[in-house]
Design a protein around this ligand. Structure first.
Ligand code: NI
Length: 186
């Protein structure tokens, strides 16, 4: 396993549409292992492969709290089959837009089909934080960021801030607060 670098705004690769995985082979499983290591170290609760610069449709999620045993979830080629009409609001953050949080409105529940780590077809009915996280990560696979769901004014402000930081050669890192669960969704 190896820790990989997480790319941040305004890296143009964040806008790529990731390619489907054709076969869940050793290379994909190695990518998944690296993504978990990178996600836990960040720390974040979800990660899409493009965030480590790999444009493939692979997502890792672990919603376990600090004191709980890890609950690693892998979603390969995830696809939203259906979404609830009811919406929920969650203050999201993103490892590729560190230190910025904003409320995002999304369907409260989604049905998602995907391949698991063994390449087996699966389906999950997700609600609550898992539904939010899955939608956030599937957005990444389509080159969409959570700031695309907020007002244009707020989005332009945060993009400007990160462009300025990049020009100065700064690479913002998420702040780790031990007593608080990370709300960098991924
Ligand atoms: Ni994200």
């Amino acid at each position: 396993m190896a820790l990989r670098d997480i790319i941040v705004l305004p890296d143009a690769r964040l806008r790529l549409v990731s390619e489907p995985v054709k076969a869940v082979d050793a290379e994909i499983r190695a990518l998944v292992d690296d993504m978990f290591e990178t996600m836990y170290a960040a720390p974040g609760i979800g990660l899409a492969a493009i965030q480590v610069g790999v444009p493939r449709r692979v997502v890792t999620i672990d919603l376990a709290k600090k004191e709980e045993p890890p609950q690693p979830l892998v979603f390969i080629n995830p696809e939203i089959v259906s979404a609830a009409d009811e919406k929920s609001v969650y203050e999201e953050g993103c490892l590729s837009i560190p230190e910025y949080y904003e409320e995002v409105t999304r369907p409260v529940a989604v049905k998602v089909k995907f391949l698991d780590r063994d390449g087996k077809a699966q389906e999950i009915d997700a609600s609550g934080l898992l539904a939010t996280c899955l939608q956030h990560e599937i957005d990444h696979l389509n080159g969409v960021l959570f700031i695309d769901h907020i007002s244009k004014l707020k989005r332009e402000m945060v993009v400007k801030k990160f462009k300025k930081a990049a020009r100065r050669g700064e690479h913002p890192k998420p702040k780790v607060e031990d007593d608080k669960p990370s709300h960098h969704i991924g």
